[in-house]
Structures are given as C-alpha cells and as structure tokens.
Write a new protein. Structure first.
Lengths: 183, 560
C-alpha cells in the first residue's frame, strides 16, 4: 500500500522518462513522442549534461506542447522549466548571440528580477518551433543559470525522421512527406 | 418466587431419519462449490491475453511489427477517408472520454453511493479507478509507444499511446457504475451493453482521428473492464452486497437460487431432514449473520415444523473483526475482543455456547447441528425455533415475566456466564415463558463488570415495558442493593446494545437515572480502558487512514 501510495502521485499526466540527447531506445521513444507533440518543430530540446546538484524532475508531453523540469539542491525544486511549443511571444525579449552548441537557433533573453530571487525567461526560436526556458530560482546564486544551461541541449528532428524512416516508419511533420488526414 | 426454571430441551431436530444422513465422499463437491464461473474464466483469459500483448509490445518497442502493421494500416485507412463534418462529429464523440464528462460521471457515482451509504461499493469503485489509472500509466511508461505514425492526429492527446488511457478511464468508469449502481440481472446486463456501445463508439472515433492504435484500445478496454469486474466480484459480491436503493443492513446473503438449493441439500444430507422452505427473518435486527427460518417436512411431505438457522460467511468474520477493532479503539479492551479467524470457528463457538446454555438449564434454543455449505467459507447453524414467540419489546410484561428475566441473569451469574447482548430483540415470550436467544456473544467467566452490565441491561429492558419501581422491587429478590447499584454504575453508553439505547431514547423516561435513584449511591465505574495495544492500534488505523486519504488526494486529478 505504501509503495502504491508513493508511486501514484505522479501518475496522472507525466511521462517520467528523461529525454536524453544521446541516442538510445528510451530517449528516442520520448523524443519521438515530443516530435509528434509539435510536428512543425525542426529542433527538439533534450537533456544534456547534468552537473552535480542538478536533477531531472519530470516531463509532460501533450499535443501542442512538450515540457520538462530541472531541480537543483541550491536553487530549489523545479526551478527550471523547458518547454517546446510552435511559437512564443517575444515582445518583451531581447535577441542575443547564440552560444556555441546552439547553432541553427535564435536566442532571446527576458530578465524579470534579480532580487530577492532570480527570475528570467530565455527563448530559442527555429523553423516551426520555439523553446521557452523559465528560470525561477527560490534561492542560490544567479550564476547557477550557467550550470542549468549545461543540461539543455538540442537534437535535430531530421535525425529522428531518418532513424524511423530506416524502420519503414513515417514521422509526420517537418522533414517528412505530407501524411494522410492533413488539412 | 418463580425465577428461571430448568428448561427441557427437544432432543433432536424432529423427523430426523438416520438412514438419510449422507457422508460426502472424498472428491465430491460440497453443496455450494466455490466457482469463479464462466465470466470469471473469460476474464482471466482476457487478462492473460492483455498481459501477453503488453509484454510483447514492451519487448518489441517501436519496431515495425505485425501488430504495428495492422494498427497503422487501419489508422491510415481512416485518415484517408476523413471529411470535415464527420471529423467534427468524431471529435465530439471523443470528448466523451475527456476529463469533464468523466469527472461528472465519477462524482455523480460517488455522490449516489454516499447518499445511499453503500461504503463497500464506494471503496471498490474508488479503488478500481485508482488501480486502472495507475496500471495504464505504468504500462504506458514501460512500453513507451508513440502515437500512430504516418497520419495527422486530429484531436487532443496526452503521453504515450499504449494502452489508450482515455478508453481505459471511460471503460472503468462505466463498468464501475454498472456494478456499483445498477442491480444485478437484466438491468445490469442492459447497462453493460450500453457501456459497451459508448466505449466502442469512442474507440471508433479515436481510430478515425488517428490518436490511438487499435491495440492501444483493446488493452485499454481489457484493463478498464477487468479491474472493476474482478474487484466487484471479489470485494463486493452481489449475493452479499446486492445493489439496492434502500437504507439498511446489506450484510445478508441471498438465499434464493443456487445457495437456497444448496441449503436444502446440505440440511437433508447432514441433518437428515427435508426442508420445504428457506426464508430470511428478522434481517433488520441482525448484522452479524443471515437469520433464516427453515420449514421442515417429514418424508411424506407432511408434518410441518420450523427450525431457526443462522448462515455465516466470510464477510461476517470480517465484519466481526472490524467491529471488535472499532470497539477497542473507541473504548479500550472492555472484555475479550479477540476476533475470530475463520467461519468454522464462528459456528463452532455458537454451537458450543448453545450447548453450554442448554446444559445450564437456561431457556435458550436447543442446537440441532452445524451444516457445511461451502468448506471454510459458509456454514449454517440450525437450532430450535420458538413458534408464536413475541419479542419482549412488543409483549405485555407483568411481574412474573420480570421475575423470569431477573432469575435468568441470576442463573447466568451462578454458572459463570455473561450473555453480553441483552436487548428486547433477544428476549422472546412464548406462552408467557421467557426465552433468551442469540448466544453468539456469550462469554465464559466474564469480568464482574460485564456481569453487572448484563443485570442493568435486563432491568432496563424490563423497565421499558413496566416501571422501574416494580423491576427494582423484583430484582431485590435476586440481587443485593449493592449488586444493583454496581450494575447501574457500570452501565452507560456503549455498554448497552444499540437497540436498547434507541428504545430508551424513544421512551422518554430517564430509566437509567430512575434506577440509579432507587439503588444505593455508587461511584461510576469507568468504561475507558487504556493499554499499549489500544494506542498502537489507534495509531495504526490513523496512519492507514491518512495514507488512503493521501492516495486519493494525490490522485485528485482522477476525480477533479
């Protein structure tokens, strides 16, 4: 009973498998579902290197959105949220130069507060999609952002389309021929 | 002083024919064999198929398998024929399995079950919902199947596709409603057929919209239907917990159909007597067993007489366990509250107490024997029936009857026994002779506190149908004033059976206080008993209760 009670809380919507950037069966399954959630997106955010103190804290994939959370023993639980949608509101954000490893994307920053807690949004846009990263630190140094950034990577959708095509499967959306049922 | 007379007991059940007694040979099924039935076997088969399908899918993953080929071709075929207006209708139908309609159905069911105080059905319904939600969620993670490939998905979705969680949620809700709200038989069959049509229609709509594979839906239906059916059959079987919309006790077994036939056969084989009719009686006053009146006939079909029988099943053992746990938590160990572990022990104990009382010459029913219906699950004890007897609560009580009642308590004291359930329903008047029934709670060498309570309860019962002064005066012939004072100092609240407390409340007179005024002053004797066991059990119950609450609260999205 206790085991069931402990296991059940997350059971309604989440898909608790980490969307790792490295190629593997588990991560491919999750990223394939993510690709189906936002079929226009040509890039998929994924989990890269988790530095000490940082952890993956759950994922949710529904039609139209794919999001996952990160926690840290310094900034708190679910203090970073990464979300892929088809488009974002960039009216309050400022474009900056993408960092190495973010090629193929445009990056925008939207600082919200430094004190008493650090809060900011970052956006990556690319063909057919937008990734919004929310930083909401309950405590800790704002420079923890740099550590959190190490955990966020991108995988091109095209690599998934090719991998599935080798199995005779068509992943509808960007980079694939039109599918039946398309308006 | 007449007091209680030694009662001559009938020696046997009556027209018993020894040559008709029949020993069941080894290997022969009992009168009512325990069977899972045809639907039970079908369900187990379906569960096995579903489990096999899940394991296969988990092992095979997203590779193009035969199942995938069939699934994909079906979904693509639907996608090719999509037309705008039809798609709108299908999206509407798919909405039946979405959160709001399910919330409505689930809450309406919970509300109805609370309203009619059907706690057992409520617990099984909630348990089924949580189980299905968890199993489908865990399976979807284990398998990690993507949504259908090669088609445009035309409706909302959440998470992996295998099994179809909306279909499973809809199926468990509708099947649970059919079992929790609709009476068994034709009405339930119709409800299940309607549920099947609704689930089938939604499944068709979801295939058309390209959101589920066929195999996702098949497993969703299997889980969504199997869990509630198995849960209701196991934890709330219809013959013990029938669906009714009237208030009252529901722990009685249905004695029509197979069970009724089994009772007739069992009494004939094991007691050597033919039974013409099995009729439930006095159900309102009995929650611990199913009381029956058996109409007995001789071999020629003539010479009718009655026997009283009590049918015990496992649910009565469980009820006894909960009852005793509740008493221990609320009041501590008032007396021996060790629960019985088996149905066999139940009937063996009642048979023993009946014989003990008979040996002591007390006016209790004479036991005729124990009958096995289903080994270790159902037994029936058969005893003497008092035809024409009137419950003391409805009878005229004169000084002679009062004397008999108080003499009876004196005899119990002298023989070292306590009845522990002295109330109007357990005292019968037959030809102005007082009879004591329902000896299940009888205790040998009880505590002095319990003996005192028996006396006070008897005086209260007699006082209800007469006046305290007369009862006290007659009681003084059998007991000292100090003994009577002790009895009323020990008796309050839970010490009296519920029926007696209710009748005293309705009566309007403060009988307890009137008796206390008549007796010498005595300090109250506390009911509450504290022990490490009581504290530990209370804590355990609180923790389990909190865990269950947490379980529901943490899965609130299932309902809210």
């Amino acid at each position: 009973m206790i085991t069931v009670a402990a296991l059940l809380p997350a059971c309604v919507q989440a898909v608790d498998v980490a969307p790792e950037c490295r190629v593997g069966d588990e991560s491919t399954r999750v990223l394939t579902l993510a690709a189906q959630a936002v079929p226009t997106a040509t890039m998929l955010p994924c989990l890269d290197v988790l530095l000490p103190g940082w952890s993956f804290e759950g994922i949710q994939i529904t039609d139209g959105a794919y999001r996952f959370w990160l926690s840290s023993d310094r900034t708190g639980i679910r203090t970073v949220r990464v979300e892929l949608v088809s488009e974002c509101d960039l009216s309050a954000a400022v474009e900056v130069v993408p960092a190495p490893g973010e090629e193929g994307t445009r990056r925008f920053e939207e600082p919200l507060s430094l004190d008493p807690v650090f809060a900011a949004n970052r956006y990556y846009t690319f063909a057919g999609g937008c990734v919004r990263v929310e930083y909401r630190f309950g405590s800790g140094d704002p420079t923890e952002v740099l550590q959190a950034d190490q955990a966020i990577g991108f995988r091109p959708r095209a690599s998934l389309v090719r991998r599935l095509a080798d199995l005779g499967i068509v992943l509808c959306g960007a980079g694939a021929p039109p599918c039946p049922g398309t308006d | 002083m007449r007091g209680v007379e030694r009662v001559e007991q009938p020696s046997s059940i009556g027209q018993r024919s020894l040559r008709r007694l029949r020993r069941r040979p080894s290997g022969e099924p009992p009168p009512l064999p325990r069977e899972i039935g045809r639907t039970g076997r079908l369900l187990l088969m379906l569960v096995a198929i579903g489990a096999g399908l899940t394991v296969a899918a988990a092992l095979i993953g997203t590779r193009a398998t035969a199942i995938d080929q069939i699934d994909s071709s079906l979904v693509r075929a639907f996608a090719r024929i999509r037309v705008g207006a039809v798609t709108d209708v299908m999206q509407l139908l798919d909405g039946l399995a979405s959160r709001w309609p399910l919330r409505g159905l689930r809450w309406a069911t919970l509300l109805a079950l609370v309203l009619f105080r059907r706690w057992r059905h409520l617990a099984v319904f909630v348990g089924s919902l949580l189980t299905v939600e968890y199993v489908t969620y865990a399976t979807s993670l284990a398998v990690g199947r993507s949504r259908p490939f090669g088609v445009e998905i035309a409706t909302d979705w959440v998470g992996f596709s295998f099994p179809s969680r909306p279909i499973a949620s809809l199926a468990v809700t509708l099947a649970g409603m059919a079992y929790a709200l609709v009476p068994a038989g034709r009405p339930r069959f119709k409800a299940k057929a309607a549920a099947a049509i609704v689930v089938g229609t939604v499944a068709l709509a979801r295939s058309y919209l390209g959101v589920d594979h066929l195999s996702d839906q098949v497993l969703g239906v299997l889980i969504g239907v199997t869990v509630p059916i198995v849960a209701f059959r196991w934890f709330a079987p219809n013959d013990v917990f029938p669906v009714t919309f009237r208030r009252g006790k529901t722990a009685h077994l249905d004695v029509s159909g197979r069970r009724g036939q089994a009772i007739v056969r069992a009494v004939r084989d094991q007691l050597g007597v033919d039974v013409a009719e099995v009729r439930p009686i006095g159900l309102a006053g009995s929650g611990g067993s199913t009381p029956l009146r058996l109409t007995l006939v001789d071999e020629t079909g003539g010479l009718r007489r009655y026997a009283f029988a009590k049918l015990y099943a496992k649910n009565h053992v469980r009820a006894d366990r909960w009852y005793k746990l509740g008493r221990q938590i609320l009041y501590g160990a008032l007396e021996d509250e060790t629960p019985f572990q088996t149905v066999r022990r139940f009937v063996e104990y009642e048979d023993y107490t009946l014989r003990l009382m008979a040996d002591a010459g007390l006016p209790t029913p004479h036991p005729f024997g124990v009958v096995e219906i289903t080994p270790e699950r159902e037994y029936m004890i058969v005893m003497e029936f008092f035809p024409g007897a009137v419950e003391l609560g409805d009878a005229e009580v004169d000084e002679d009857v009062i004397d008999q009642g108080l003499g009876l308590i004196r005899r119990l004291w002298e023989t070292g026994l306590a009845h522990r359930d002295i109330k109007p329903a357990n005292l019968m008047l037959e030809d102005r002779r007082l009879r004591l029934i329902d000896v299940f709670f009888v205790q040998v060498r009880p505590s002095p506190w319990r003996q005192a309570v028996d006396l006070a309860n008897m005086m209260l019962v007699l006082g209800l149908r007469s006046d305290p002064e007369t009862v006290y005066r007659v009681a003084s012939r059998h007991f000292t004033p100090e003994e009577i004072a002790e009895a009323f100092a020990a008796t309050r609240g839970v010490a009296s059976p519920t029926q007696l407390r209710v009748m005293i409340r309705r009566d309007g007179r403060n009988l307890l206080e009137e008796f206390r005024r008549l007796a010498p002053a005595h300090d109250p004797i506390p009911i509450q008993r504290w022990s490490v066991r009581r504290v530990a059990r209370t804590l355990a119950v609180v923790i389990v209760g909190l865990l269950l609450l947490g379980l529901v609260a943490s899965n609130w999205a299932v309902f809210a």
